[in-house]
Design a protein around this ligand. Sequence first.
Ligand code: HEM
Length: 300
Amino acid sequence: MKRVRQLIDEAAKRVRKLIDEAVSSAGVGHASDHVPLLRWVASYEKRVKKLAVRVDEFLQGLVDEKRAQREKGNTMIDHLLSLQETQPDYYTDVTIKGLIADTIFAGNVTVTRTLEWAMLNLLNHPKVLKKAKIEIDTKIELDQLIDEPDATNLPYLQCVISEIFRLSPAAPLPPRRATYDCLVGGYNIQRGTTVFANVWAIHRDPNIGEEPEKFKQERFEKKGEDKKLITLGMGRRACPGSGLAQRVLRLALGSMIQCSEWERIGEEYVDTTEATTMLPTTPLLAMCRARPIVHKILSA
Ligand code: HEM
């Protein structure tokens, strides 16, 4: 049993490392994407190609493992492999791997990073944390763990998440390529140009909301305020995982608040400045103590 657990831990570590590498190589890309001459001197392209081979091997391993299993399960890969049986020309292994990669890479770090920013801000705002806890304790039975349907009925928690979406959008500079010559804000954009929407700056525009630099979840108590958020993109290429992201965040943050008491490790406020691509400069470090509900559920 110990050996199995060890093997699972090792595999989890390998996957985490691979995801970290892939995400840090993606971000907003590399200078050589915009200045092609740099490709001659930078090792970025070579490194990314090598990484792509490792990612592909990992994804093919997942597909092959599922294919070899006699009994069909209920995972995304099981369903895609069933579709492959009836529509083999469309659901090729390449398409299936692409869909898994999208889900893992687009849906993983975005959610975990948003959660990290939520905790960092809540540690600096213990009154807000307390109110969120009271909301959960009053709306959910005292011996019940928060579940998905409960999480949709927590407006205060939703305001906290919206404020984190505003201040710390996990994809702060989504890129687009102009498909035809156009004029944007008075600038001529040539076909083929890559443009970035600066979501981070738009959310902090003082013309859009008061005291934009401050964490003030109450701004979202005003009806329609969340319509100003573009954290999950806009239009036809907006995030297809937005519903899932919202549900996972409500459930994960709600569970963390319901199950544990959280405090800063000292008197000092935690650092909420950003390093690159929305990474906190200082990693989340907090004191955490299990609340009675955890003991009750574990001993039941
Ligand atoms: C806090 C969580 C998330 C944030 C902030 C976020 C944000 C975004 C943004 C800004 C885009 C680009 C939209 C555009 O270009 O206008 C995007 C695209 C995408 N997201 Fe998310 N996302 C999140 C979670 C997820 C999840 C959970 C999934 C799936 C499991 C997902 C899957 C995707 C995919 C596949 C695309 C590419 C869509 C396309 O190219 O058409 N995202 N996301």
